[in-house]
Design a protein around this ligand. Structure first.
Ligand code: SAM
Length: 243
């Protein structure tokens, strides 16, 4: 898979071999090449309300607790791909606040990814029929999107402006982001070797506020760091809470 994906980059940059790609990046001479490799190597598969239960757990378990603790929350979507995850979080919160009009909550969502191309798509907020057909109800389309040419829809400005999109490689420090009440880090840890995964989870743990929540992908778990989190069972799936 690595070879297949990198062959296209090699051809595009007319390099003699894959090791030449590595050499150029290591020598610091290939910033643009490095970006092309990142784009080629990352898998951006995502959809709206992916797996559904993380979002019902957000509505039924996490938001009631967070709103009883504080009137403002900070949320991080730590590998946001093309935006479906952070926009689904924002829609879930808006829906929750509409149904619980007595609750007052200001929220900030930070969404990060290593892929600049994916982040451009997030900021633009324009999705085609294929993307829109993966997990959005008709009501959600009507409420949160506006028509664009070519049967596309764009996320409404109010929702777009509720999220800040920034580039971030999870391998690097993210101390500068501050602390969060809730972190979505879904379907990305599977790509890292175990020691790197543990290191990222340790740093996410550090960035969670007391009692903060972590949501992982359906096939992911906290593994070696299980003593640092409480596993909170929900109707479907589990959420992790900082111990
Ligand atoms: C499969 S998508 C998951 C998107 C979303 N979280 C979801 O569950 O639908 C994985 C994302 O992780 C990003 N990614 C891969 N390696 C990364 C890294 N080292 N740092 C930050 N993001 C990374 C990719 O660019 C991609 O957008």
């Amino acid at each position: 898979m690595v070879e297949n994906r990198l062959q296209k980059v090699r051809e595009q940059y007319q390099l003699p071999s894959l090791s030449e790609i590595v050499q150029r990046i290591k020598s610091g001479r290939g910033k643009e090449l490095e970006m092309a490799v990142i784009e080629a190597m990352t898998t951006n598969e995502t959809l709206w309300f992916r797996d559904q239960h993380p979002f019902s757990n957000l509505t039924e378990k996490i938001l009631p607790e967070l709103t009883s603790r504080s009137s403002s929350v900070k949320i991080w979507s730590a590998a946001c791909s093309t935006g479906q995850e952070p926009y689904s979080i924002a829609m879930t919160i808006q829906e929750y606040l509409r149904r619980n009009s007595e609750k007052k909550l200001s929220y900030r969502i930070l969404a990060t990814d290593i892929s600049e191309h994916a982040l451009d798509r997030c900021r633009n907020g324009v999705y085609d029929e294929y993307d829109l057909g993966r997990g959005l109800s008709t009501e959600q389309r009507m409420q949160y999107f506006e028509p664009q040419s070519g049967h596309k829809l764009r996320v409404k400005q109010t929702l777009r402006h509720s999220i800040k999109f920034e580039p971030l490689n999870l391998i690097h420090s993210f101390k500068q982001l501050g602390t969060f009440d809730l972190v979505f880090c879904r379907n990305v840890l599977i790509y890292f070797p175990i020691l790197v995964k543990n290191d990222i989870l340790q740093r996410i743990h550090n960035s969670l506020r007391p009692g903060g929540y972590l949501l992982l992908g359906s096939s992911e778990n906290v593994g070696d760091l299980r003593d640092m989190f409480d596993m909170i069972p929900c109707d479907i799936g589990i959420v992790y809470q900082k111990r």
